[in-house]
Design a protein. Structure first.
Length: 167
């Protein structure tokens, strides 16, 4: 007999009894996945609402491209990109995650209603991020990271990618 562990209960996330589907809204001019198609707030909001209609359980909103060679926006630009989108999607009833490596972006996003922080640096880019997550009690998506976009490719060498990432 195969035993299946029940899905964990994560405060703040929908509990549909199945794996969650996350829709991605990159509010950047140079995203590797959509080429900047959702840069303008109205386009990003419409895309987020479309993802919800198509069955996304969570909408992940990010304002910094992590494609190789991308230039980091300053904090004020990242906030300008994500906050209106997060606010409108939350107002529409969406469970929103903010994709950021900065506490200066995560904190206002949380205040705007984001229920998840998706940090592609796993808390390494901003030493205050893990404290913020611990204090907020929010769900945290902790990713594997080798460095910022400008030099991450030069750091992506692995003897055994699975063992190296686990380590």
């Amino acid at each position: 007999m195969i035993r299946v562990n029940p899905l964990p209960v994560v405060p703040g996330l929908p509990q549909p009894g199945r794996t969650l589907v996350v829709g991605v809204v990159n509010v950047t001019p140079d995203s590797f996945s959509d080429g900047g198609e959702w840069l303008e707030p109205n386009a990003a909001i419409a895309h987020g609402l479309e993802l919800l209609e198509e069955g996304a359980d969570v909408v992940d909103v990010g304002g910094e491209s992590t494609r190789p060679g991308a230039t980091r926006p300053d904090v004020s630009e990242e906030l300008r990109r994500v906050l209106p989108v997060i606010g409108e999607l939350v107002a529409a009833g969406a469970c929103v995650s903010v994709d950021t490596m900065r506490t200066q972006v995560a904190e206002p996003a949380i205040a705007a209603g984001a229920r998840v922080v998706n940090d592609v640096s796993g808390g390494q880019a901003d030493p205050a991020m893990l404290r913020l997550i611990a204090e907020s009690g929010l769900a945290f998506i902790c990713m594997h990271w080798r460095g910022h976009s400008e030099d991450m490719q030069s750091k992506a060498s692995y003897a055994d990618v699975v063992a190296d990432v686990v380590a």
